[in-house]
Design a protein around this ligand. Sequence first.
Ligand code: GLU
Length: 510
Amino acid sequence: MTTRTVRVRFAPSPTGGLHLGGVRTALFNYLFAKKHKGTFVLRIEDTDQTRFVAGAEQYILDCLDWCGILPDEGPHVEGKFSPYRQSERKASYRKYANQLVASGFAYYAFDTPEELGKMREAFKSESNPSPQYNSKVRMQMKNSLSLDKEIVNELIDKNTPYVIRIKMPNNEEVKLNDLIRGEVVFNTDQVDDKVLLKADGMPTYHLAVVVDDHEMEITHAFRGEEWLPSSPVHVLLWDYLGWKDSMPDWAHLPLILKPDGQGKLSKRDGDRLGFPVFAMDWMDPKTGELTKGFKEMGFLPEAFINMLALLGWNDGSGEEIFDKETLAERFTIDRIHKGGAKFDFEKAKWFNQEWIKKSTSEKLLPYVVHQLTKLTIELDEEKLLPIITLVKDRCQLLNDFVPQIIYFFKDPETIDTASIQTKWDENKSIFFNDWISNLEELTSWDAMSIETHFKEKATASGIKTGELQLPFRIMLVGAKFGPTVFEIAAIIGKESTIRRINHVLKMLQQ
Ligand code: GLU
């Protein structure tokens, strides 16, 4: 374990929406940095120009901001290690790629796409269906190891496009001490001669990740498990570039799996099963396709990161609800699981519900106002606060507030008379008519007084209160949900209560 001041990085490629697995990687970086009073860096890995998507970098920043886990350094804040976009760090990669060629650890390869295709055809066999560019084939290809020096120089002088490839050693063991998995041993024969620098002068991920982690003095590198197979290349590069002693400690994070555990959770699974996979709404600028995010589906950021932290980690106490500060205190890498974590949307909603219950109405107010103003409903915020208190335990998502609240501000548009019609009779009709004509007896219009008065009148007319409450609810709410009906009547006021009762009495007469 290194004793340097902790510096970690989240290194997304700006290629589209931010998958919840990416946010979890960012979160673990954030928590680890906070716990160790270190620095959390954002590095934009935008060297693959074919996959670059305009707006994706700003979107990533917006997502991290929404989650409350903005990095300390990155393209959004100047830092000691600027620039933080790989496309702006090109010169450095070329320099190191050349150094690797000069020291014999890498070589120029001039093969055209057609020549690579021919090689794959020629070496294809049943046991090797997709042959790779490796120690077995490299001497038969067009590169600076197989060609004479003069020819190589001539090709370079003539500006022949080339890539720089790592020369993977033959049948050697490379060991990696992973903080989650322990020692992982690879045989170099399992890995091909990966391209380090592309013909366009841009580095591939393999070179850039090593150079940048070195230059940015990264001490711990957390990344998805999918990178584990190429990690021997990175370990060798740290060695070949003479930086082995300062190589970060690696932690390959477990995958987030589909709800049935069969493979990695993808955006398509979300579309298919009706839940979000991205942190926030993402609009693909090329296709115009909109993909829903957790934020817009009505998640609180506190709930979202709480849920993510527990996808593959726990503190061993059995507790599940944690705020960001407690997560940072309790977070340890040795409690991250090795196996993939199944995503469960019902559980995600449970986290959100717990966080809504825990939140004060004042905190929830802006979210609710936002939802309601989208419906152009005029709001009296003072009136809204006690309503939020009344209904918040019934909401799993912030979007659930609208149906739970709207009838406080507007007479219901649809009324479920069907659910009371079968037990409706003339006596009930008389009761409600009498009750509303005697409301002036009530000196105070509050839930308790309304309830007492209602129950007294019910007893006097010989009808059980229980039989009157559902009709009363349907009259005020339009449906069978909501808090105590007397609370609702108190909030909507006497006038609205009478109007709604009369309206439904009329419907029931028809
Ligand atoms: N750009 C890589 C990705 O998006 C980063 C992997 C890493 O963190 O090293 O997966």
